[in-house]
Write a protein that binds this ligand. Structure first.
Ligand SMILES: CC(C)(COP(=O)(O)OP(=O)(O)OC[C@H]1O[C@@H](n2cnc3c(N)ncnc32)[C@H](O)[C@@H]1OP(=O)(O)O)[C@@H](O)C(=O)NCCC(=O)NCCS
Length: 349
């Protein structure tokens, strides 16, 4: 008999083990490990709950849910974001994943909308959400730029941000993302709380370009490895072949490498990217790539809606693309219009 309850601190080691048993993906199967603290991701959210499914006092599944408020097509929406869904492989196909998601939705009874973000080749998860009535409403792409060589540094003067910059940064973010769905206008306090709470991030990681006392652009480099260690546990035959080919080329010429099976790799996510003039943003990307090289990471990753104007500039650096989709389900009679350009928070991935 499976029962569902809120997770407590003493579930930590069982949850860490469960996560190790639940790699995700098909062409590139990735294993995530957030030792020593499974709750580290949930702690970043303001209002989150983690549930566990238990059978004979053993944890066989988990799911997280956090309440969010943002705008869709100019209308304020209360949402519940579903994340960290995992079911022990030996207990799959028995409806436990479905029950966990249903439970997470009903506990947030004031929400207009539930949503999840799923990588396109995670067929079991896509199947589960679709069966529950979720619909894919917007695609977006991770642009993973391989960081394998020192690049020419940008010509502009970018520097780490300091607390005096915060009012201008918040204005810039609000004006840049004001027309984006899934974005809530930030106050300075929200921004400082979010920036301070995120492991591997802080004002010092947020680069700003200041011209004549005005902040014209900003981009933060968030070290994802401070929450998750990621390891490829399987690659498709096509990817494996490409990896050998690149290894061979690398003997003659310094070139990109694909993740090796069994070896953790490190991602830096770009977050809080905002700018007025695209040419400044293009230079800021180059600056971030220079920094990423010195941080010794494997990929600098941008999560971008297809309508983002920065995509051509990012694409020039030969990124490897990973496709994602946002799935939503309306929880009341509120009519939700199809989203327009969408704000993607790398924290939700
Ligand atoms: C995704 C996952 C949570 C599903 O858990 P589960 O308990 O097996 O799911 P359920 O038994 O409730 O299945 C519900 C529906 O999902 C779909 N589904 C589940 N497993 C599937 C599979 N292997 N292939 C295709 N569809 C699948 C089916 O539509 C299924 O309905 P059906 O049994 O009537 O065909 C589980 O596979 C898992 O932990 N995967 C690894 C972690 C992960 O990918 N998490 C999601 C991150 S977004």
């Amino acid at each position: 008999m499976v029962s569902i309850r809120l997770a407590v601190d003493s579930d930590n080691s069982q949850l860490l083990n469960l996560e190790k048993m639940c790699p995700q993906g098909t062409n590139l199967v990735l294993s995530f490990d957030r030792s020593p603290d499974f709750f580290s991701r949930s702690r970043v959210y303001k209002d989150s709950r983690l549930y566990v499914a238990e059978e004979d006092r053993k944890i066989v599944g988990t799911v997280g849910a956090t309440a969010k408020e943002f705008n869709i097509s100019g209308e304020a929406v209360k949402a519940v974001y579903i994340y960290d869904l995992r079911v022990n492989p030996s207990c799959r196909g028995k409806g436990i994943g479905t029950r966990l998601v249903q439970h997470a939705m009903t506990e947030q009874n004031e929400a207009d909308l539930a949503y999840g973000v799923i990588v396109n080749d995670n067929y079991p998860s896509v199947g589960l959400f679709r069966k529950l009535g979720f619909q894919g409403i917007r695609d977006f792409t991770l642009f993973n730029i391989p960081v394998f060589k020192r690049r020419d540094c940008a010509t502009l003067n970018a520097r780490p941000s300091i607390s005096e910059d915060v009012p201008q940064i918040v204005d810039l973010l609000n004006s840049y993302y004001g027309n984006h769905d899934f974005f809530a206008k930030l106050t300075e306090d929200d921004f400082m709380e979010r920036t301070g709470k995120l492991p591997g991030y802080g004002l010092v990681n947020l680069q700003v370009v200041e011209i004549e006392d005005k902040i014209e652009a900003c981009a933060g480099l968030w070290d994802y490895s401070k929450i998750f260690s990621i390891t490829a546990v399987h690659v498709s035959a096509k990817l494996a072949l490409l990896r050998y080919l690149l290894k061979f080329i690398n003997v003659f010429k310094n070139t990109m490498q694909l993740p090796s099976v069994g070896k953790p790799f490190r991602i830096l996510y770009i977050r809080d990217l905002a700018f007025g003039k695209p040419e400044i943003a293009t230079e800021l990307i180059k600056h971030c790539l220079c920094l990423a090289y010195s941080y010794n990471c494997n990929f600098l990753t941008f999560a971008l809606d297809p309508a983002e104007s920065i995509i051509p500039a990012v694409s020039k650096h030969n990124p490897i693309r990973t496709l994602y989709r946002i799935y939503t389900k309306s929880l009341n009679d509120k009519i939700l219009h199809n989203p327009r350009i969408t704000y993607i928070d790398p924290m939700d991935l």
